[in-house]
Ligand binder design. Sequence first.
Ligand code: GCW
Length: 665
Amino acid sequence: RSDGYDLWLRYDPLPPAERASYRLLLRSAFFAGDSGSMQAAREELQRGVGAMVGAAPIAVASLGNADLIVGTPAALPALKSLGLPLNAAGPEGFVLRRIAWKGRDVIVVAGNSDVGVLRGIFALLRRIQTGQPLESLNVVEAPRYALRLLNHWDNLDRTVERGYAGQSLWDWHKLPGWVDPRYTDYARANASVGINGAVLNNVNASAEILTPPYLEKVAAIAGVLRPWGVRTYLSARFTAPIAIGGLKTADPLDPQVQRWWRSKADSIYRLIPDFGGFLIKANSEGQPGPQDYGRSHADGANMIADALAPHGGTVMWRAFIYSPEEVDRARSAYDEFKPLDGKFRSNVILQVKNGPIDFQPREPFHPLFGQMPATRVGMEVQITKEYLGFATHLAFLGALWEEVLDSRTATPRARVAGEISALAGVANIGTDRNWTGSHFDQANWYAFGRLAWNPTLRSSDIAQEWSRMTWGNDRQVTETVVPMMLRSRDAVVDYMTPLGLTHLMATGHHYGPGPWVDDLERRDWNPTYYHRATRDGIGFDRTAGGSNAVSQYAGAVQHCWSSLECVPDRYLLWFHHVPWTKRLRSGRTLWADMVKRYDDGVSAVREMRRDWASLNGRIDAERYREVTAFLKIQEQEAKWWRDASIAYFQSINGLPLPPGHAPPE
Ligand code: GCW
């Protein structure tokens, strides 16, 4: 298929020589067990190997003549004698090993659970897709985080908040009577990268999702996702006891309210025994919450956590709060939640966005990471590209997430990745044939899953895997596509918000430039609030002389970012208000450097177009054409960003354009 429906699970036929060598290793397979997950594993193996190698492994009923042995020690006790490192695989991981067994060389795919085995099959298929040898296979993997979740911002009318890939996948109207086969392909894709949960509905939640008719629909989806190791979660509206329960209050300390949530949880678990839990946006952007009743975020989260606890469910309580009264929006979440450290139940995860503002092309990491030692903290990233050009701009977010996960927190060795216990990604998925609105945005879904499984993976390796699986193993294609992907996010930063600028997008939809906007009802929504440009300088002073948001960071980080000498250029105007004439590390003045970066952003996109054009004929025409057209849009809009931003800032600082700057076309 060339419409992108198959995502990275294309299983294109391999070249003849490779086919022959893989075929010898994979003629037959023995599967221990017949659970839904094992059936899924068997079918995926047969589908993948069949398509790539030309012949699917024959399922055999005895071990003796199998090339491939697949199962758990519980289902196949003989696995216990092989000395496999299954302890290191944990409940969801796997072991892949080529091993001599009874005089024959076999490939073993083992896990401690059938879902682990399924993930092992996907890992094996990925190796075949990317042309890696299996002769000395010896792998053990376990996920770094127990919760690796997609958050769908899907409304019940099938619109998707910040969705750029069509309608919501969930066809509520036809559920539960009709269960779209697409849900299975969705689950397969998630399983292939290790995503193990999905919050089905928007955090700006309608209470209706918790009514019995909707819960039956949810249960039907959960039934499809289950064998693939993906648990179902829901966003809950804090005032659901009023909206659908007939109560007069949603006060978390009110016994009737507590009872309502307990019985709601009980009825959900009767329908969905492995239900994952609730995601909650409370007292944020107009959503109701415990503070409406004079209670704290901990009171609210704990009350719902107590209702889920008997069933093993989790509450993910979002830390995304801010109000126009704050001195600085970037300070809000830390100021509110830091004093609550240690006050949350053990089945609460505080879900914190990667940066302190809002999914911008670049932000420093959120100051709550590493500073809530007595709280489980999860990171929320946005896979959908609300502030990064929607679906047409190519921006590989693996690079963004790698940067955040890798950021040093307090001590030189501590990294954000080590401070969190869950990763959530706001999904970019919809009913478009290619799922994500563009072919390259599939890479962001893929990279999210891979990093949630293993946050030490390099984004360059992830891009390489994805490119080979998606565009094929042609070396020239890989060597062109991977560098395009790796520079793409910095290009977006450069043409939208260089040097630590942030939140300059047009109002509401957040598409295109709007740095001049200054008349919104909430001051903390105006771009001028963020850039603070004057005739003399630009940037938000977050040092001790300003909002002092920098004091929320620990030790060396605080020290460095407070100082103009030490702060990296990429965060310069995030933390400092700097004169236009100040010389930067480049030797250029701030103004000249900024203009240069806008130019660089445009040039980078122009080069991406040129590089892509060199692949004409090496990629199927349908996908080639769409990417070509999207890159053209991106170049036009990169110029729009550059020209509008430079003209606006010039209208404030009155400075001439630096020499060498290409005038607007
Ligand atoms: O990024 C902002 C978005 C809102 C979103 C909010 C949030 C779901 O503009 O659309 O609402 O963040 O994360 O809650």
